[in-house]
Each structure stands twice: as C-alpha cells, then as structure tokens.
Design a protein around this ligand. Sequence first.
Ligand code: V47
Ligand code: SF4
Length: 374
Amino acid sequence: MATEVLINNLVQHSSAGVRKASDKVLSGKRLDQNDALFLYQEAELGLLGILANFIREKLNQHNTYFNRNFHFEPTNICIYNCKFCSYKRKINEPGSWEYTYEDLLERLQHYNGKALTEIHIVGGVHPKRDLHYYGKMLQLVKQHRPDIHIKAFTAIELDFMIRKAGMSIKEGLLALKEYGLDSIPGGGAEIFREEIRKQVCYDKSSSELWLNIHRIAHELGIPSNATILYGHIESYDDRVDHMNRLRELQDETNGFNVFIPLKFKKDNNQLSEIGEVSTIEDLRNFAISRIFLDNFPHIKAYWPMIGKNVTQLSLSFGVDDIDGTIDDSTKIYSMAGSEDQTPKLSTEELVDLIKEARRVPVERDTLYNIIKVY
Ligand code: V47
Ligand code: SF4
C-alpha cells in the first residue's frame, strides 16, 4: 500500500503517456515504441530509475556482474570511414598498428598462472587479413589457454573476413567456431536507422547484414551481445527503432546475452563538434533500455567509456553488469577522449565499486555462469 502511494506520487504530475507506460511496466506488460518515446521525451529521471530498477531487481536481484578479461586489438587499420571513430588509421599511417601472432602469444603469456575467463578480440577491418588469418589467432589462444572464452570480432569484421575467404555467412561462422570462436561481441551495430547510419558511417556493412549475422550465429549456437552508439545525431525515435529491431530478433532467437549502450565520445574524430550528452541523458538512456528490452537478460555499463562514477550511478538505473578488469588493453575509448586513459581495474576495485553502490558483486564468465559471489 505504502509502495502504491509512493508510485502514485511519482507519476501524479506526469503526462498521460508517461503514466500509461509506467502502468505497463509495473503490471509486467511490454512497452510499445510509442510508450518508449514518451519516456524519452517526458519522463523524469527519478521515475525512470524506479521503473528500471523494478525490472532489474525482478531479473537480477541486487547482483552486479563482472568478469576477468582483457582485450586484444589486432590492428587499427581499417577500410571503413566511420565519422565517430578516433582510432582507425590507413596502412603505414603514423599511429597505426598491426600485431602479429607473436605479439598475441606474448600478451597471453603475461597471464600464465593467473585467473582469467575471457579474451575480447576486436579491431579495424584490415584489407589484407581474412578469416583464416584470424582463425589461426583463435587457435593460438585455445592452444595456450583452453580454459578461456573467446568473444571475438564484430559483425562488421566478420562480414569482411568471411567474404574475403569466399564463404557464406553460415560457412564462415562454422569455420570460426571450429577455430575456437565462442561468442560475438556487440560492436558495429551503431545505429540501425538507415538515414542516420548513412550519415555517420556511410560505407559500413548495413543494419540488415549486422542483424542477419547475429541471427545466423544464434542459429548455430553462437551467442552474442548487442550495442547502440548513442548521443550523436540520432533522435529518440532512432534509438527506439534500434532497440525494437533488437527486441524482435531476440524474440526470434533468444541468442543475445546483454545490451550495451555506448556513449559517443567526441575527441579526435569527425563528429567532435557535436560534443557529448550529459550524465542525466546517459542514466535516462540506461533506464529506458532496461525497460524496453524486456527480453534481454542483462544491461551493461561499459566503465572505460563512462567512467567509474557514472558506472556506479547506472546500477540504480537498470544496469546489472559492468564488464571486467580490462587491464589497460583497449584503445578505442582512450583515443576518443575517455577520462580513463589506461583503463584497468583489479577485481578488488570492481568489488569495492559495486559494494559502494550497495549491490552484490558477482564474478561471472562470459555466459553469466556464476564464478563467485563477494
Ligand atoms: O562498434 C567507436 C564504438 C564499438 C567510438 O560486446 C565509439 O561486450 C563511442 O562494441 N565513441 C566497439 N563509441 C566496442 C564494442 C564493445 C565494447 C565493450 C564491450 C562489448 C561487448 C562491445 O565502439 C564500435 C563503436 O560503436 N565506438 N568509436 C566513439 N568515438
Ligand atoms: Fe573501422 Fe570500426 Fe573505426 Fe568504423 S568504428 S572506422 S569499422 S575501426
């Protein structure tokens, strides 16, 4: 009863559209795209927090997941020209890198005898490297560390490396699975609405292709993640459209583990003049993602992107996963101006960060099997 009074007080000054959406959330009904648009346009942060938290705790209680992982970015040489990218270079351009198998082995050896559950491999689309080149990279990881999960290659990298090897998507994914691929990360989704995609990454693989690669992966038993790149030139309607396409695919396949909203970071790229959205916008976006994507088990805040403080706040706005230790192994966000230029957190620091937000730290593997509750 007291809870009902609390909720009624919170919504009493809201518009009819927001009240209708709130009622749906609290009675366990699915929001349609219009409801989500009302929330984006009109709902106040506190209300969104309560609604998102209601769902978060229904699905994941107080648990906040993290893992022990590191990234390997084989190259930043890329054939594409995404305007938001601060990272890509041309062959031989200053600041470009092309790591070898030996570099990967050296990196892996650094973890000899150390606890680790995941390697995340993602990079630029190199014109000369095909599926077999990357397949051998996966083999090398499995030979050296058969115990770790390989989450590798965005759908954009997969599209190119598979075509270059002359295979169909299905054949390519099966071959990569054979080489050692365990799951696919969520990158490359950017924004699905074609008019906007054309403006921010005109030559990148299409939205339809991104969704199709993930669909086929799920059918082959390869789970994956999904992202959105928000806070640039897209509208709220574009964000809702993006999430709706993901929700429909998840209804079909149930192969997505987690949704990761990625905030556009402005430094050193062609969209710098747009600037960045505020923390309130980040939190509202996390909350609406949690509310709208009712068939996604987890929502992740990627801490190297938004920083540790906003990551802690996000745990009250629908987020139940904060990625992992990272160990200073990714450059995508530091090159785009993130506050953390050497992203690295020990498990103790991750545990403290979660406990300070009064949540329960849970170490997981990539597929959310629980390793340890702290
Ligand atoms: O697709 C590039 C984004 C993505 C910028 O699956 C930018 O667990 C913001 O997908 N500002 C790659 N974003 C990273 C990615 C990811 C990260 C963490 C975890 C997982 C996962 C996936 O990075 C790209 C693009 O959307 N990106 N430049 C920028 N300036
Ligand atoms: Fe290439 Fe990825 Fe950068 Fe686009 S975001 S230019 S695909 S590295």
